[in-house]
Design a binder for this molecule. Sequence first.
Ligand code: NDP
Length: 292
Amino acid sequence: QFLADRIDGKGFAANLVDKLTEEVTEIKEQTGLIPGLAVVLVGEDPASGVYVSAKHRQTLAIGMQSFVHRLPADTTQAELMGLLDELNAAPEVNGILVQLPLPAHLDTNAVINAIDADKDVDGFHILNAGRLATGQDALVPCTPLGCLMMLKDRLGSLAGMNAVVVGKSNIVGKPMAQLLMAENCTVTVAHSKTRDVPALCRTADILVVAVGRPEMVKGDWIKPGAVVIDVGINRIERDGRSRIVGDVAYDEAGHASAITPVPGGVGPMTIACLLANTVTAFKRQHKIVTKK
Ligand code: NDP
C-alpha cells in the first residue's frame, strides 16, 4: 500500500509564481522600476536552448524584463567577459545567468566569477557559496533553494533532524547540505566513494537525492516516515517508450511520509526560484523592503 504523500512541486511553484507576480506589481508601483533578468546562452545545445526559452517566457509572464543574449559557439572568453561587464554595469539588469554547460574552450569558473555577485541569480559565484557557508545573505542556487522551501512547508522546523544528501555537486548537493545545516539539521553527504550508501540513507529523516542515476535509491534504503526529495531527472526507455524518472524508485517509497514525484516535483520549483532570486537581487540592489 502506497501511503506517502506526493509533494506537489508544480502546485507549489505555481503559488510561488503568483506571489512573485504580486510582488513585481508592488515593486513597479513603489519604484516605477521593473526587475530584469539577463540570460546568456553560448552555442547551440538543444536542451540549453529549451531551458533558456522557458526562463525567458516565465520571466515575462510575471511582469519582469527579460534580456536573452544568444552567442555563437565560437565566442571567445574575452567576448563573453565583455558582455558580462556590460550586464554588470546595466542598471536595468538585476539578475544575470550564464546557461551551463559552456563550450569546452571557455573557462566556466572564470565566467561565473566574472558576474557581479549581487546579480548572480544562479548562486554559483564563489562569493555566494562563501556567504551561504558562513550564514551571510547569499543568492542561493535555485534547485536546492526550491527543495528547502518544500521541506520547510512540509515539516516546519527542521532542527535536529538527520538529513542525508546523496550527491555533492556544486550546483545541488553542496549548497543543499549548507542550507540544511543552516536549518540545524545533522547533515551527512554521500557520494560515489561513500561506503554503504543504503545504510546511510536508512538513517535519514530527510533524504535528498541528486545523483543522476535512474531509480538508484530503492525502497529499503528509505526509513519509514522519511521525507524524500528526488532531484534526479533521467530519461530512460521503458516498455518501448521514452520516459523521465528520478533517482529514487518512486513506486517503492510508499512507506515514506512524503516524496517529490519526477516529473512534477523539484523541476518546476527550479525556475520559480530563479525568478524569486531575481526579485531578491532587485530588492537588495535597491534596498527595498516589500511585504511578502
Ligand atoms: P553531478 O553529476 O554534478 O553530481 C552527481 C553526484 O552524484 C556526484 O557528487 C557523484 O559523486 C554522486 N554519485 C554518482 N554516482 C553515485 C553513486 N552510485 N552513489 C552515490 N553518489 C553517487 O550531478 P548534478 O548534481 O548536477 O545533478 C544530479 C541530478 O539532478 C541529475 O539527474 C540532474 O539531471 C538533476 N538535476 C535536476 C535539477 C532540477 O531542476 N530538478 C537541477 C539540477 C540537476 P562524486 O562527487 O563522488 O562523483
